[in-house]
Design a binder for this molecule. Structure first.
Ligand SMILES: [Zn+2]
Length: 275
C-alpha cells in the first residue's frame, strides 16, 4: 500500500520500451484505496474496493499507456474495471476512455448533461486559436506544445459512453455520488465518496496547472471554461458537502476540508481569481 500524497513516485514511463525521464506519472494513495495518478498534464484516479475498482477520467490520448500501466502497477487488470467515470468531456480527461471500452469492454459513464460532449457530438473545448492568442506567455506556450503532442487535436471521442443513473453509481466500488456543477462544461460533474470523505472535483477547481505558477486551490484560466461565471456560481453546490480530501483534475491531492478550499478561492478582492 502506498500512503501519503506523493509518497510514491513509481516513475512509470510513457511506453515501457522507451523509458523517458521527462514524462512520468506519480501515483499516490492519500487515503486508503484512493489512488491519485498525476499524469504529464492531467490526473486520473483509481478507486479500489477489495478486488474491484473504478477509474475516474483517463488523461490525454497519449496517456493511454500510462493509464493502463498505472492500473497494472496496482495489481489490477484493465478488463476488470467496474467503470470509467468521466468528470467532463475535455480531451485531457477522456483520452483513453474509448480504448478502455473497445479493448476491454469497460463501461464508460458520465452525467446525462455531459453525454453529447463526451461522445463528441458537441464541442465545448478551447480552440487552438484561443490558445495561440495567449501563446506569448511561456507557460501557455509550453502547455500548448504538450497538449498538441499528447494528441489534443487527434482525440477519439468516447462514442461508447453512456449516462449513469444514481442507482448505477451506488452499485460501483465505494458507492460514488454525483453532483453536477455546470460551468466548466455544461454537465461538469464531481464525484463524492461520502463515507471516505473524498471528493473528485475534476476541473471544477484545481490545485495546479501547467500554465499556472501557483500550487493552491484555484480556478483554471477563464479561457478553459465554457461558462466562466457559471463555473464560479456552481461552487455553491458544494456548500454543506462534507469531504476532507480533494482529488482534482490537475495538481496534487489536497487534504483540506472542502469548505475551506472553496472559500480560499474567494479571497481575492471578494471574487474568484482565475489563473
Ligand atoms: Zn482538464
Amino acid at each position: 500500500m502506498l500512503h501519503g500524497t506523493h509518497a510514491a513516485d513509481v516513475g512509470i514511463s510513457a511506453g515501457a520500451s522507451q523509458p523517458c525521464s521527462l514524462w512520468h506519472v506519480k501515483i499516490s494513495e492519500p487515503r486508503e484505496g484512493f489512488f491519485l495518478v498525476e499524469g504529464p498534464a492531467s490526473n486520473w484516479i483509481i478507486v479500489r474496493e477489495g478486488d474491484s475498482y473504478l477509474l475516474i477520467d483517463t488523461g490525454y490520448p497519449a496517456d493511454t499507456d500510462d493509464v493502463l500501466n498505472s492500473i497494472t502497477q496496482l495489481g489490477l487488470e484493465p478488463a476488470k474495471a467496474a467503470a470509467v467515470l468521466i468528470t467532463h468531456g475535455h480531451v485531457d480527461h477522456t483520452g483513453g476512455a474509448q480504448h478502455l471500452a473497445e479493448a476491454y469492454g469497460v463501461p464508460v459513464l458520465c452525467s446525462p448533461q455531459e453525454l453529447a460532449h463526451v461522445r463528441g457530438e458537441v464541442k465545448h473545448q478551447i480552440t487552438l486559436g484561443q490558445v495561440l492568442l495567449r501563446a506569448w506567455r511561456p507557460r501557455a506556450f509550453r502547455w500548448m506544445l504538450h497538449a498538441l503532442r499528447a494528441g489534443a487535436l487527434k482525440a477519439r471521442p468516447a462514442v461508447a459512453a453512456n449516462a449513469w443513473t444514481p442507482e448505477q453509481l451506488r452499485e460501483l466500488p465505494r458507492s460514488p455520488e454525483a453532483l453536477i456543477l455546470p460551468g466548466h462544461t455544461p454537465g461538469n460533474t464531481v464525484y463524492l465518496f461520502r463515507t471516505a470523505g473524498v471528493i473528485a472535483v475534476g476541473d471544477s477547481f484545481v490545485t495546479g496547472h501547467p500554465i499556472s505558477g501557483r500550487s493552491e486551490p484555484q480556478m483554471l484560466h477563464s479561457m478553459f471554461h465554457y461558462d466562466r461565471d457559471g463555473a464560479v456560481s456552481s461552487l455553491s453546490m458544494l456548500d454543506g458537502v462534507e469531504a476532507d480530501l480533494i482529488l482534482p483534475g490537475h495538481g496534487p491531492a489536497l487534504a483540506l476540508p472542502l469548505r475551506d478550499a472553496v472559500s480560499s478561492l474567494q479571497v481575492h478582492h471578494g471574487s474568484v481569481r482565475f489563473s
